[in-house]
Design a protein around this ligand. Structure first.
Ligand code: ADP
Length: 404
C-alpha cells in the first residue's frame, strides 16, 4: 500500500503519522505514533487509526539520546515491523523565514537555507531539521517535503509584517511572521464545506492548545495574527507569557543577572498559565482547581483572548464568524463560554446546549456572529501538501482544494 509518512519532531519527542494513499489521491490515516522522553525516559508508542495499540516499548536512555536516534528507531519499526516504505516524508518545520510561502521539496540546498532560520526559532528549528538530514543521508531517494508554520501568514501586508524598528532589521528577517499556519490552513480549507456562506468573509480563528494564537482571515487568507517574530508573542500559553513589554526582558537581564539563554528558557518554559497560576500549565487542572491563582490564570487567558479578538476584528474591520480549534478550543466548553462573554459586544452569543455537546455550530440563533468548533488536523495538511508536491505540482492554492 502506498503511504505518506508525516513527521513532527520537537526537542524531546518525535511524533509521526502514516497516511495511506487511496484512489484519486484521498488520504486515510493508518498509524499515529511518537517517541517521547528523548534523553530522559525514551518510549515508543503507536496506535492504529481506531486507537488499537500497535507498539508500546521503553528504551534505555543511551539508545535514544537525540532526535536522529529517535527517528532511526521509529523508521526501523515502520520498515521492519509494519512493513511501511513511504512514498515520501512530510515534515513540520516551524520557520520558513521570509522566503518560503508554501511547502517545498527538500534537498541539501533547501536544508542549508532553512538552517539560516535556526536563530529565529532556536528551540524548534534544529529539531525539525534533524530528521530531514537523517533521512537525506540514509534514504536519499525518498522525497521529503518541508511544511512551514509560517507559510500561511506570508499573505500579510506590510503593516502586519513590520515592527517599528529600523528597516535593516526587517530586511534581516526580524518580522511579524505568525505561527500555527498549518492549523489555520486546515481550517481555511474546511470552512467552504462547513460554512460556505462565511468562508470568504471576515473570520477569526482561535487556535487554543498548549501553544495558542489567533488568526484573522479574509477570503480564506491570513491578514493578521497575534504571534510575531517568535511563537512567544500574543496570547498567554501553557508555559509562554504571550504579549510582554520588552522592558521586562531588559529588567530580567539588568536586575536579575539572567543570561540570554536563561531568559529564553524562562520565557518558553516557566511563564504563561504555569507561571501565573503556580499550579499547572494544563487547562484541565486549572479549570478543576479551587486555587485563586489558578482562577486568575484562567481569567487572564480568556481576558487576553477577548482583547486580541478586538484587535483582530479591527484589522478585519468587522467580524462574520469566530472559530475555536486545538486542545482547549475543541474540548473546553467552559473556556468557550468565557470567551464568548468577552465577545458579546461584537454580537456573539452561544447556544449553551450546543456548546456543551461540542457541536460544530455553537452560537445561538440570535447571535450576530456564528461561532464554530472545528477540530484541526495539521498532520493531514502536511500529508496533503506532501502528496501534491510528489505528484509534481506545486502545493495547490488553499482556495482550490477540498479537505478530505
Ligand atoms: P499542542 O498540540 O500545542 O501540544 P493541544 O492542541 O493538544 O496542544 O492542546 C493541549 C492542551 O489542551 C492541554 O494542555 C490541555 O490544557 C488542553 N485540553 C485538552 N483537553 C481539554 C479539556 N477537556 N478541557 C480543557 N482543556 C483541555
Amino acid at each position: 500500500m502506498d503511504s505518506i509518512l508525516v513527521v513532527n519532531a520537537g526537542s524531546s519527542s518525535v511524533k509521526f503519522q502514516v497516511f495511506a494513499v487511496e484512489c484519486e489521491g484521498r488520504l486515510r490515516r493508518t498509524i499515529k505514533g511518537q517517541i517521547d522522553g528523548i534523553g530522559s525516559r525514551p518510549r515508543l508508542r503507536a496506535n492504529g487509526a481506531g486507537g488499537d495499540p500497535m507498539a508500546d516499548r521503553a528504551y534505555p536512555i543511551e539508545a535514544v539520546g537525540d532526535v536522529p536516534a529517535a527517528m532511526e528507531i521509529a523508521g526501523a519499526w515502520l520498515r521492519n515491523e509494519v512493513r511501511i516504505q513511504p512514498l515520501a516524508v512530510g515534515h513540520r518545520v516551524v520557520h520558513g523565514g521570509p522566503d518560503f510561502e508554501r511547502p517545498v521539496l527538500v534537498d541539501h540546498g533547501v536544508v542549508a537555507r532553512l538552517e539560516r532560520f535556526v536563530a529565529l526559532a532556536p528551540l524548534h528549528q534544529p529539531h525539525n531539521l534533524a530528521p530531514i538530514r537523517s533521512i537525506l543521508a540514509g534514504f536519499p531517494a525518498v522525497p521529503q517535503v518541508a511544511c512551514f508554520d509560517t507559510a500561511f501568514h506570508r499573505t500579510h501586508g506590510p503593516l502586519a509584517d513590520h515592527y517599528a524598528i529600523p528597516h535593516q532589521l526587517h530586511a534581516e528577517g526580524v518580522r511579524r511572521y505568525g505561527f500555527h499556519g498549518l492549523s489555520y490552513e486546515y481550517i481555511s480549507r474546511s470552512l467552504p464545506q462547513i460554512a460556505p456562506a462565511i468562508a470568504k468573509r471576515r473570520v477569526i480563528v482561535a487556535h487554543l492548545g498548549s501553544g495558542a494564537s489567533m488568526c484573522a482571515m479574509k477570503e480564506g487568507l491570513s491578514v493578521e495574527s497575534t504571534m510575531g517574530f517568535t511563537a512567544l508573542d500574543g496570547l498567554p500559553m501553557g508555559t509562554r507569557p504571550g504579549q510582554l513589554d520588552p522592558g521586562v526582558v531588559l529588567y530580567l537581564i539588568s536586575e536579575k543577572g539572567m543570561t540570554a539563554a536563561k531568559v529564553q528558557d524562562f520565557l518558553y518554559r516557566d511563564c504563561g498559565l504555569k507561571g501565573l497560576s503556580g499550579v499547572s500549565n494544563d487547562m484541565r487542572e486549572l479549570e478543576a482547581s479551587t486555587d485563586p491563582q489558578a482562577k486568575l490564570a484562567v481569567d487572564y487567558f480568556t481576558y487576553r483572548i477577548g482583547l486580541n479578538a478586538g484587535m483582530l476584528a479591527a484589522a478585519l474591520q468587522g467580524l462574520d464568524a469566530f472559530v475555536f480549534t486545538a486542545g482547549i478550543g475543541e474540548n473546553s466548553s467552559g473556556i468557550r463560554v468565557r470567551v464568548a462573554e468577552r465577545l458579546g459586544w461584537l454580537g456573539v452569543a452561544l447556544d449553551a446546549a450546543a456548546n456543551d455537546r461540542h457541536s460544530r455550530l455553537i452560537s445561538a440563533k440570535s447571535s450576530l456572529v456564528p461561532v464554530y468548533v472545528i477540530p484541526t488536523d495539521e498532520e493531514l495538511m502536511i500529508a496533503q501538501h506532501t502528496l501534491s508536491l510528489l505528484m509534481g505540482g506545486q502545493s495547490p492554492n488553499p482556495r482550490n482544494e477540498r479537505v478530505s
